[in-house]
Design a binder for this molecule. Structure first.
Ligand code: BDP
Length: 729
């Protein structure tokens, strides 16, 4: 039954037919869904049986709140229960009845804590929690317990998720703790509110009105993050602007930090390496010049005076034109350590990015970060983390994992995933990214023999890292639905969940998100989950199948541009990466080519370096392959390429069919947006397919086989499509 109608009928029954007419007029507006509430909608549980069971199990809540964070948690619990149970559950001082939900926060002495609960709490650590069925004064009850306020906050959100996803409350015994310490969003937001690679409107941070005006939205942003365990946010673009470090802007940052603090979120800033010159009046930013180090120490002290829990700095240095220590002949370690010393007395960290590659360097771009950073292993301060993109090029629809993972045992490496869909269709294409994240996290680096997973590098267990972290380049903006598309919010959700537990499976994440965002109706959840799980592979197929990469148009990275060549640097062109010629296609990264494959641990160089054993998904990443090469399917490479491009388009059409089939099961507003966006995606998938196939055909000189959908336009027409203003640059 459509959501809106269901509510009207209820209202009519409850208040009588006279009011029904009124309800019909106003209810659809009041109930209109625009995606703003994300996965925290807290609508009444529609399954009457489940609702009745929950109401019977939760008779009252005991929750003493003695700090802003606990108050935030208590209000969230109140809001969640009120919405989900459609009832006012009393919040009381003492448990008096069967079915109390006791949040053990400030007064543990009121509880007789059992030894097993105590043991679970020890395991839960600083941010974890325990949720269990536990008799209180001999009466059946439930307890949310934690060692810290943050643990309570996360426990409350976990409890609400139990209800949101209709899990049983019988014999509860949940113990959870995050596996990764720093779970941070990276906002590529500029001070003028444009967002680099942002496709959801403008930046959430209204610098002009800060610190005096605080949008309620800042709180909702923090709530959403806390609900998935995100505990840090880097407010500014990695292509940094030193202005944010001036006293005026630091006060603005402090105002945001004050809002976020009670939700367990610390703020971080990007540090422009040349700031001592730009805003400090110094003549150099050389990290080994004492005045420079002193300037940064003073700057850090100034920030910490107004933001005592400031997280630290994220730095993009000597990359794509950004200033850095190499401008003065110093290493990344010398630069990072100087900043690390500035924040260390205050407990801050430096997240130093490994996304470096140089135009002057004739070396394969995929190899450069490994070449620069592995010699520095062990030479960074203990409060430095090296932030590494998931793959060695740049957030492509598919890349093998970055060879640095596993290769720096003495330096904490943190993961950088991209949540915003720079190369995956931006706001309008449906690409659920949990399968991409999962594929990387579950990859075996073989750094310490078989079973040395990337996830174990990231959670610190493989090398016993003292610090761990995962960053996600945010996709949020001022659009009412936060992420530019309702479905793209699933990627924000997935990032948080995987940063909390890198072993979570994509299907579990999709399942949770769908139930909380839309409905628990299996007739909706099951097909849409299948659709989401297939969506990333579809995007790979219609853009860059078989290990192809970096085929996008110049600049905006949205449409196809396999013909892109020339310009300021070779590694910003497509021809550098696909290397198509009369013989074949692909980048030879084998031992006889660039030998990028040699940066991986054995047996990967052998497995990926041989045509017979390389997985087809990485074929053209590592090999230049003849057009007539026989693939596992029996097709030639040329035929297989076409087959994959077509398969991608077909998969989008299948997504459209699936979405049509669930019409009426959710609100019309969000259904319509996804429907319209899928139509855009289908059109653009054909554009990608046809442009790429026609272009590669000029090299392969082979026909387009029968049964293959003929391209709608000529290659010249596709190539003539001019750049036009697009968001996100
Ligand atoms: C690329 C983006 C560019 C970023 C850069 C980075 O196109 O806008 O500045 O990465 O991560 O993906 O620094």
């Amino acid at each position: 039954m459509p959501h809106v109608q269901g509510r009207i009928v209820t209202a009519g029954r409850a208040v009588g037919a006279g009011i029904l007419a009124f309800a019909v007029l106003v209810a659809p507006r009041a109930r209109a869904e625009d995606g703003y509430e994300l996965w925290l909608r807290y609508r009444p549980i529609s399954d009457a049986e489940v609702l009745a069971r929950y109401r019977a199990s939760i008779s009252e809540v005991v929750f003493e709140a003695s700090s802003p964070m606990l108050e935030a948690a208590r209000e969230e619990l109140r809001r969640g229960l009120r919405g989900l149970l459609d009832a006012e559950i009393p919040f009381v001082r003492e448990a008096t009845r069967e079915g109390a939900l006791v949040v053990w926060s400030s007064r543990p002495s009121t509880l007789a804590v059992s030894p097993s609960l105590r043991a679970q709490l020890r395991w839960a650590g600083a941010e974890g929690f325990v949720i269990r069925s536990e008799p209180i004064r001999g009466r059946p009850a439930m307890v949310i317990a934690a060692n810290t306020n943050a643990g309570v906050l996360y426990g409350v959100f976990r409890f609400l998720r139990l209800l949101q996803t209709h899990e049983s409350l019988q014999d509860l015994s949940i113990v959870e703790a995050p596996r990764v310490e720093l779970r941070v969003l990276n906002h590529w937001d500029n001070l003028d509110r444009t967002v680099e690679r942002g496709y959801a409107g403008f930046s959430l941070w209204d610098w002009h009105k800060l610190p005096d005006y605080l949008y309620p939205r800042y709180t909702d942003y923090a709530r959403a993050n806390a609900s998935i365990g995100v505990n840090g946010t880097v407010l500014t673009n990695v292509n940094a602007n030193a202005t944010v470090l001036t006293p005026e802007y630091v006060r603005k940052v402090a105002a945001l930090a004050d809002v976020f603090r009670r939700w367990g979120i610390r703020v971080y800033l990007t540090a422009r390496f040349s700031a001592p010159i730009e805003i400090g009046g110094l003549e150099t930013a050389d990290p080994l010049v004492p005045e420079v180090a002193t300037w940064w120490k003073d700057k850090a002290a100034e920030i910490y005076r107004v933001i005592p829990d400031f997280g630290g700095f994220l730095v993009k240095a000597n990359s794509e034109g950004q200033p850095g220590p190499q401008d003065y002949g110093r290493s990344h370690a010398e630069g990072a350590n100087m900043l690390a010393d500035a924040v260390a007395p205050h407990g801050g960290v430096v997240m130093w990015r490994a996304f470096v590659y140089s135009n002057e360097e004739p070396e394969d771009r995929a190899k450069q970060a490994w070449n620069e950073f592995t010699p520095l292993d062990g030479s960074f301060r203990s409060n430095v983390l090296i932030q590494v993109k998931n793959g060695p090029i740049d957030f492509q629809p598919r890349e093998p994992f970055h060879p640095l993972f596993g290769a720096m045992p003495q330096t904490p490496l943190m993961m950088e995933f991209q949540i915003t869909q720079e190369y995956l269709g931006q706001a309008t294409h449906l690409a659920f990214l949990a399968p991409l994240y999962e594929e990387v996290l579950r990859a075996d680096t073989y750094a310490r023999g078989e079973g040395s997973l990337v996830s174990e590098v990231i959670d610190g267990t493989l090398h016993d890292y003292p610090r761990t972290g995962m960053a996600g380049v945010a996709n949020t903006g001022t659009d009412r639905n936060w992420c530019g598309s309702v479905m793209a919010c699933a990627n924000w959700y997935a990032f948080g969940r995987l940063a909390w537990d890198p072993d979570l499976g994509s299907a579990t994440i999709a399942d949770e998100w769908l139930r909380m965002t839309f409905t628990s109706d299996p007739n909706f959840v099951e097909p849409v989950k299948t659709m989401m799980l297939a969506s990333r592979e579809a995007g790979v197929d219609y853009r860059t199948p078989l290990g192809l990469h970096h085929l996008m148009a110049r600049g905006h990275h949205w449409g196809p541009g396999p013909w892109v060549s020339g310009g300021p640097r070779a590694d910003w062109t497509s021809v550098y990466y696909h290397r198509a010629d009369a013989e074949g296609i692909g980048f030879d990264r084998t031992r006889t080519g660039s030998d990028a494959v040699g940066q991986y641990f054995l047996p990967l160089p052998e497995r990926w370096g041989r045509l017979e054993t390389v997985p087809e998904k990485y074929l053209l990443w590592f090999h230049h392959v003849p057009w007539d090469h026989r693939m596992a399917s029996g097709r030639t490479l040329w035929e297989e390429l076409l087959h994959r491009y077509q398969r991608g388009v077909d998969a989008v059409r299948q997504m459209q069919r699936t979405w049509r089939s669930v019409d009426g099961m959710i609100d019309p507003e969000r259904h319509e947006q996804v429907r319209a966006f899928l139509a855009i995606q289908e059109k653009e998938a054909r554009w990608w397919r046809d442009a790429c196939v026609l272009y590669f055909q000029t090299f392969s000189k082979r026909p387009i086989p029968d049964g293959y959908e003929p391209p709608a336009h000529t290659l010249e027409e596709y190539m003539a499509i001019q750049e036009r203003p697009v968001p996100g640059l």
